[in-house]
Design a binder for this molecule. Structure first.
Ligand SMILES: [Zn+2]
Length: 291
């Protein structure tokens, strides 16, 4: 059984390819599915803000989470963290992932990052990158790229036809209406990043009811407690281990701690077989089915 991190970013300003591989080896991770960086390097995560944000998103006060999020955005669509403006890139550079796939095809998989707001024909961009062996699906981020779910319909249609999964980080309001995708593209396989943030428990019942839908368990947006709640609600068959590295949990050397979220999964109150599923079998099965 292989252990696969299904959600990580490549940003060599924070963690080089060699450092990623050394960390994978130490943590016993066989493969990492990489996404190009969509932003400047992030400052150290403020744990208090994340706890507040998580508490809001999972409570009846969840509409306030949108207001809180907007306090961290500039009018130009960048993010302000710790007083520093972190630029959001309209077109994340898929070539960075393609380079890693070519150099280490046995260790990396890749997600093609598309932004329907930034290019005239995102489907053409998809066709170009999917020729590179190792790219396994598409990453969409309507939250930070600020578009409506409808804007991704062309991409979703092509992915459904190609049986390519989409990993999507949902947003609030019009950037979060994921049901528009499932209604229109019933065979499209979707992975909701960060356990469906910002909707969490408000969508888990529907995820469980639709075998084409999955969540990943990545990022410090989540906590061990929230991961347990998500897996209990959705079932271990459709939860996928992921990290969001290099963002989030830091080791003594200030670089990414690859053991942290893996520990959350290994300590899940589930059968060993189910933990193996979350750590790697589920994503392997999903990807094998698509070819
Ligand atoms: Zn991410």
């Amino acid at each position: 059984m292989a252990i696969i991190d299904c959600h990580a970013h490549i940003d060599e300003r924070m963690l080089s390819i060699d450092a990623i591989i050394a960390k994978m080896d130490r943590a016993g991770i066989d493969k990492v599915a990489l996404i190009p960086a969509m932003n400047d390097p992030l400052p150290k995560t403020d744990a208090k803000i994340l706890t507040l944000f998580r508490a809001l998103m999972t409570s009846p006060l969840h509409p306030c989470a949108r207001w809180l999020h907007e306090q961290f955005m500039t009018s130009g669509g960048d993010v302000v963290l710790g007083g520093v403006v972190v630029r959001i890139y309209p077109r994340p550079d898929n070539a960075t992932v393609a380079g890693a796939l070519k150099a280490h095809p046995d260790r990396f998989l890749g997600w093609i990052f598309l932004n329907p707001n930034a290019v005239a024909d995102p489907v053409e961009e998809l066709e170009q990158w999917r020729q590179v062996p190792g790219f396994v699906g598409v990453k969409l981020h309507p939250h930070w790229h600020r578009y409506r779910i409808e804007d991704a319909f062309d991409i979703a249609e092509r992915c459904e036809a190609l049986r390519l999964p989409i990993l999507i980080h949902l947003g609030f309001g019009e950037s979060g209406r994921w049901q528009l995708l499932t209604d229109r593209y019933p065979r499209l396989r979707l992975i909701f990043a960060h356990a469906g943030m910002p909707h969490f428990g408000r969508m888990w019942h529907d995820v469980k009811a639709n075998r084409h839908l999955r969540v990943d368990l990545s990022s410090p947006y989540l906590s061990e407690r929230l991961v347990r709640r998500a897996v209990r609600a959705i079932g271990p068959e459709r939860a996928l281990y992921g990290t969001d590295a290099p963002y989030g949990f830091h080791e003594f050397d200030h670089s990414y701690d690859y053991h942290h979220i893996k520990g959350w999964v290994e300590r899940l109150p589930c059968r060993a077989r189910d933990i193996d599923r979350v750590l790697g079998d589920n994503i392997e099965e999903l990807l094998a089915d698509g070819r």
